[in-house]
Design a protein around this ligand. Structure first.
Ligand SMILES: Cc1ncc(COP(=O)(O)O)c(C=O)c1O
Length: 395
């Protein structure tokens, strides 16, 4: 057997791998684990679509009609449902067009790798999601500038420095500012209006990853760009179909010319399979529901406001959250793990977020509110947090 040393080398690390909890139910307000219902305070199904009957029906109907599999988009895999989904997404986001990928991870990779070459310029918030960091690596861009989280003064400094970069052939490089819309560990928002202003001043393109803003922020959940009244002002909008839409997939939305450029060139579209029929049908149903009604979004925000208020009343520090992502700050990593384990004993499932997901000493329990929670669900969760918070002298 070759390379035995390699297996020996990775063994100690592998032994620390703990298999995650196995879920025996759907992703509703409770998760069944080892036969016990645990209050679900940790999944990003913001609008409660994961078990929505309308999505289930749409999937059954589409599967009966078309089966399950598709193909490669550029060969024989572009299904009429894909086009309907892309049209619905563009209408929802208020952009000229959209293109769907098998995840937002893929959409981020495509969005950056396709247009940014090694001599261009990439400017990124320090807390951007891992999928953006990986996408930047994939582009092999040499001129990378990372600005302090949401700090537009630092962004301007980086833009000034970046503006001096010239390509080896003397041409002006493409300059792209990339930011998460909602930061997934803190629930805070990118300062988009100022970013757009600076992008205009320094002639840069803008890209926002709105994975946690869609279905949540803006009119009827249209996202962070709508929330700030900036529709039409952002070049590249990334979305995930796995969060508020509760399915799988990702997309890029923007001008038709740009989307067609991605259709033509994105390797993630050329060399990876298209979304399956059931996924496409479910996502299309979720977007269509939101195009018609904001009922789920309103319910979500009722729950968010209630939870934020109750955590504050109890004396917890919930950071700078402005969204359903509510970080309950603990600080010490071991205490955060212990807090989460005690919650689990009280049948509340909320995961600890520790280094390296956040900086050392900034461990927290990340609570995620959803439209699927009833007021009783939320009160039960709050009660458990209060009890354990006092026990552990955090409040
Ligand atoms: C900000 C952000 N972007 C992208 C992704 C990746 O989304 P997907 O699961 O659709 O690949 C995530 C997932 O957690 C995210 O939080």
């Amino acid at each position: 057997m070759p390379q035995l040393d390699f297996y020996k080398k990775i063994e100690p690390e592998v032994s620390s791998f703990k298999s995650p909890y196995v879920i025996e139910s759907g992703q509703g307000s409770y998760l069944k684990i080892n036969g016990v219902d645990k209050l679900n305070f940790c999944s990003s199904h913001y609008l409660g679509f994961a078990e929505d009957q309308r999505l289930k029906d749409a999937v059954c109907e589409a599967v009966q009609k078309y089966g399950v599999g598709t193909g490669y988009r550029t060969l024989a895999g572009t299904h009429a449902l894909h086009l309907k989904l892309e049209e619905a997404i563009a209408r929802f986001k208020g952009t000229e067009a959209a293109v769907v990928f098998s995840s937002a991870y893929m959409a981020n990779a495509a969005a950056i790798q396709t247009i940014i070459g090694k001599d261009d310029v990439l400017i990124s918030d320090e807390l951007n999601h891992a999928s953006i960091i990986d996408a930047v690596r994939l582009s092999q861009v040499k001129n990378k500038f990372v600005y302090k989280h949401a700090d537009t003064n630092d962004l301007e400094e980086k833009l000034k420095e970046a503006s001096t970069v010239v390509k080896p052939d003397g041409d002006k490089p493409l300059m792209l500012i990339v930011t998460d819309g909602v930061f997934s560990m803190d629930g805070d928002l990118a300062p988009l209006p100022k970013i757009v202003e600076l992008a205009k001043k320094y002639d840069a393109l803008t890209m926002v990853d709105d994975a946690h803003g869609e279905g949540v922020l803006g009119k009827g959940g249209r996202g962070i760009v709508d929330h700030f009244g900036l529709v039409g002002e952002i070049d590249i909008e990334i979305g995930s179909l796995s969060k508020a839409f509760s399915v799988i997939g990702g997309f890029i939305a923007g001008r038709k010319t740009l989307i067609n450029y991605y259709n033509l060139k994105a390797r993630q579209r050329l060399f990876s399979i298209a979304l399956t029929i059931p996924d496409t049908a479910a996502a299309l149903k979720a977007v269509s529901i939101l195009l018609e009604s904001d009922a789920q979004v309103k319910k979500l925000w009722d729950n968010v406001n209630y939870l934020q208020k109750e955590f504050k009343n109890l004396g917890f520090n919930t950071g700078n959250s402005q969204t359903p992502i509510i970080p309950v700050m603990i600080g010490d990593e071991d205490k955060a793990r212990e807090f989460s384990a005690k919650l689990f004993e009280e049948n509340v499932f909320a995961t600890p977020i520790v280094f390296p997901m956040v900086a050392k000493g900034k461990a927290r329990i990340r609570v995620i509110a959803s439209a699927s929670h009833s007021k009783e669900d939320l009160s039960k969760g709050i009660e458990a947090f209060g009890k354990i918070g006092k026990q552990m002298q955090i409040i």
